[in-house]
Design a protein around this ligand. Structure first.
Ligand SMILES: NC(=O)c1ccc[n+]([C@@H]2O[C@H](COP(=O)([O-])OP(=O)(O)OC[C@H]3O[C@@H](n4cnc5c(N)ncnc54)[C@H](OP(=O)(O)O)[C@@H]3O)[C@@H](O)[C@H]2O)c1
Length: 295
């Protein structure tokens, strides 16, 4: 099997490469765009004809895992055309690549396609995005479903885990706390989600790809936490007396983009198909970080 991971310099893509290359008879290539990492090659999903691009024609992938997107939700709200290009157009280009090589597409989406009035969303729940980011992720999903017969759409939220840049919420918090830096955090108490470890997401994607599954799947863990609780978890392991948490409402935060307040996923569908699979939780990850701490 030949797998091309677009956006492998990022959190989810990097973990996908790690998992896929550990499998037998899998040839995996991961791409970067602006941030080169070890073992990634350049590929611009917005310009598939760029002569600098990795030669996909020669590689001929059977599977493309598309992890590239503009993920800064408030920035998307104020830069709609850029958001469209980086989320929708990049996916349309990935779809064309899949058609060319008769490849399966794995597309990563989000709980921002929902309005957050319910929580624990199931695959068949009605979508109703509140933000430009959510609308563009949904538009990309719909294009994938319309244009390809062989696809998997994986919806995820609040992803954390090991990544080269350590930019996810938990990674940043834990590093700053371990450095003993004074921190005053204003965090919303009314945004709930089911955080998931990128390594679990990658392992679960592998199962779906290997078993030739088609359709939408929701991934999450057994954690259902708001941002305060997530921060408190990190503080339980690495906190000190100079960490101050100020709880505020999402409304008070006055961000450019509206958020789904009760987000997160039910993983019922996936677990029914893979009863032996364990989605680890935030404590599992923090215990590991604590064991390996070099501070
Ligand atoms: N992280 C979350 O909590 C979360 C939640 C819900 C859904 N998702 C979805 O999951 C996917 C992966 O997210 P992530 O957290 O792994 O994001 P990330 O860490 O920000 O990584 C994004 C990746 O996309 C690449 N990229 C950006 N523009 C590109 C272009 N024009 N051509 C090729 N590659 C390009 C980036 O490359 P460079 O960095 O090298 O420029 C990077 O490798 C996204 O679709 C996101 O919407 C993430």
């Amino acid at each position: 099997m030949k797998v091309l991971v677009l956006g492998a310099s990022g959190l989810v893509g990097g973990n996908c490469v790690k998992v896929f290359e550990s499998k037998e008879n899998v040839d995996v290539v991961g791409t970067y765009f602006s941030f080169e990492t070890e073992n990634t090659v350049f590929f611009d999903t917005l310009n598939p004809q760029n002569p600098e691009n990795f030669n996909v024609d020669e590689f001929k992938p059977n599977v493309i895992v598309h992890c590239g997107a503009l993920t800064h939700v408030d920035y998307c709200e104020d830069h709609q055309e850029e958001s469209y290009q980086k989320t929708v157009q990049s996916t349309l280009n990935a779809i064309e690549l899949c058609k060319k090589f008769n490849a399966k597409l794995v597309y990563l989406s989000t709980d921002y396609v929902f309005d957050g009035t319910k929580g624990f969303y199931k695959e068949e729940d009605e979508v109703n995005p509140l933000s430009i980011y959510g609308k563009h992720k949904l538009e990309a999903e719909l294009a994938v479903k319309k244009e390809l017969a062989d696809f998997v759409i994986v919806r995820i939220t609040n992803v954390y885990g090991d990544e080269v840049r350590g930019k996810n919420f938990i990674a940043r918090l834990s590093v700053n706390m371990q450095k003993g830096e004074p921190m005053e955090l204003r965090l919303p108490y009314d945004q709930y989600a089911t955080p998931a470890n990128a390594f679990d997401i990658a392992k679960a994607i592998w199962l779906l790809v290997n078993d030739k599954k088609v359709g939408i799947y929701h991934f999450g863990s057994t954690d259902y936490l708001n941002r305060i609780q997530l921060c408190q978890k990190v503080a339980q392991y690495f906190g000190h007396d100079k960490v101050v948490i100020n709880p505020i409402s999402t409304k008070e935060m006055n961000q450019a983009a509206d958020r789904p307040l009760l987000g997160g996923f039910s993983t019922e569908k996936f677990i029914k198909e893979y009863p032996g699979f364990y989605f680890s939780n935030v404590d599992d990850y923090l215990k590991k970080l604590k064991l390996n701490s070099t501070y």
